[in-house]
Design a binder for this molecule. Structure first.
Ligand SMILES: C[S@@+](CC[C@H](N)C(=O)[O-])C[C@H]1O[C@@H](n2cnc3c(N)ncnc32)[C@H](O)[C@@H]1O
Length: 334
C-alpha cells in the first residue's frame, strides 16, 4: 500500500470541493484533526471513509484511476496485478477471485497490445467472458466510461462487480449475464475477449464454475467460432474485435468465419508461450495440466497443424496471437 499517496489524493478531492479542512471533515463525518492527519500521511482513512471519499471524488469528476490508492487502502486484502499497457502502467487489485481465473499471460498479452481510441472512451465497450473482470476494469481505468462485462457464470459476474468496486470503476462497468451475445442488444465500438480454448475431453469439464474459463466444445473452438459468427451483429460500422487466439486453435478457420461475416482480420502481436509453463495454470486449479496439454499436442500433431513448436525436453510452445478484426466496409481509423 502506498500510504504516502493517500494524502495527495485526499488533498486533491478537498481542493476540488473548495472546502477548508474543517468543512471537508464535516462533509465526510470525521474530525478536523483526522483530515489533517490524512493529508499529512500520518494516518490512513478507514474503509467507510474511503468509500465516502471515492464517492465524493467521482461526483467531482476525478478519474477513478487517480483514486485507486483509496480502494487499496480500504482495508482490502487483495491481489495486486500489474501490466504495462500502451496507455501506460495499469494496476488492478482483485478482492474476489472465487470461481474465476486469476489473470494469465492471455489477459496480459491482450492488454499490452490494445490500442484504446477516443471513440472507445466515449462510446461502448464489451468484455466478452469477463471472469474476474480484469479486462473490463483495466479498460475502464484507461478511460472508457461505458464498459459492458458479459459472462454466463454468476460467480464471474459477482467477482467482476466486487473487483470493479475495489478499483473504483463500478460506475463505468455494467455486468450482464449472457450466453455469449444472446442477451446483448447494443452495438459496440470495441469488443474484447480472452476466450476459453481447450477441448472438452478426458472427463473435463468436471462441473465447477472455473471449467468455463478453460473448456469449450469437442475441439476447443466452440466459444471462438460462436463469437466470430455473431460479432458482426454487435459491432458499430467502425467497431473492432480484439481477441487473444492461441496457435493450437485454427487461425485459418477463424479468419474464414470472420470473412464470411464481412470482417477482416489482422494479427497485431504474437508471443511464444511454453506448454510446460502454461500447465502450471491448470495445476493451480487442481487439473491434470500435463494430461490436458498432452492430449492437445496429440490432437494438433494428428491434424498436421503447425500451431505447436517443438522445444527442448519434450516441451512444446504455442504462439499466442492478439488479433484485431473489423468490418471490411467500415471506415477503420485510429
Ligand atoms: C479464459 S476466461 C477469461 C476471463 C477474463 N476475461 C480474463 O481475461 O482473465 C473465459 C471466460 O469466459 C466465460 N465464458 C465461458 N463460456 C461463456 C459463454 N458461453 N458466454 C459468456 N461467457 C462465457 C467464462 O465463465 C470465463 O469467465
Amino acid at each position: 500500500m502506498r500510504l504516502n499517496e493517500t494524502g495527495v489524493v485526499v488533498q486533491k478531492i478537498r481542493a476540488l470541493s473548495r472546502l477548508s479542512q474543517e468543512e471537508f471533515a464535516r462533509k465526510i463525518g470525521v474530525s478536523f484533526t483526522t483530515v489533517n492527519r490524512w493529508e499529512r500521511n500520518k494516518s490512513r482513512p478507514l474503509p467507510s471513509a474511503c468509500s465516502r471519499l471515492i464517492e465524493l471524488g467521482q461526483g467531482l469528476g476525478l478519474d477513478p484511476s487517480e483514486m485507486t490508492v483509496l480502494g487499496h487502502s480500504a482495508g482490502v486484502a487483495g491481489m495486486l496485478w500489474s501490466v504495462d499497457t500502451l496507455e501506460g502502467p495499469c494496476q488492478v487489485t482483485f478482492t474476489n477471485l472465487s470461481g474465476v481465473l486469476e489473470p494469465t499471460v492471455f489477459a496480459k498479452a491482450l492488454l499490452q497490445n490494445l490500442t484504446i481510441r477516443q471513440k472507445d472512451k466515449d462510446g461502448l465497450v464489451l468484455d466478452m467472458g469477463t471472469g474476474s473482470g480484469v479486462l473490463a476494469i483495466a479498460i475502464a481505468l484507461a478511460g472508457c466510461k461505458n464498459v459492458h462485462a458479459v459472462d454466463v457464470s454468476p460467480a464471474a459476474l459477482q467477482a467482476c462487480v466486487d473487483n470493479a468496486k475495489t478499483n473504483c470503476v463500478e460506475k463505468r462497468i455494467r455486468p450482464i449475464r449472457s450466453d455469449l451475445v444472446d442477451g446483448v442488444s447494443d452495438k459496440y465500438d470495441l469488443v474484447v475477449a480472452n476466450p476459453p480454448t481447450f477441448a472438452e475431453e478426458n472427463g473435463f469439464p468436471r462441473g465447477s464454475p472455473i471449467d468455463l474459463s478453460f473448456f469449450t466444445g469437442v475441439l476447443g473452438h466452440a466459444f471462438v467460432d460462436r463469437l466470430a459468427r455473431s460479432v458482426p451483429g454487435i459491432l458499430k460500422p467502425t467497431g473492432r474485435l480484439v481477441m487473444v487466439h492461441p496457435s493450437y486453435l485454427d487461425a485459418v478457420r477463424l479468419r474464414s468465419i470472420l470473412e464470411e461475416g464481412g470482417m477482416e482480420m489482422v494479427v497485431v502481436a504474437s508471443q511464444r508461450v511454453s506448454l510446460r509453463v502454461y500447465s502450471s495454470v491448470f495445476k493451480k486449479y487442481g487439473y491434470d495440466g500435463q494430461g490436458i496439454l498432452g492430449k492437445l499436442v496429440e490432437r494438433c500433431l494428428a491434424a498436421g497443424r503447425e500451431g505447436l513448436l517443438w522445444r527442448r525436453d519434450a516441451d512444446y510452445a504455442f504462439s499466442l496471437d492478439v488479433i484485431e478484426a473489423f468490418k471490411a466496409t467500415g471506415k477503420h481509423d485510429n
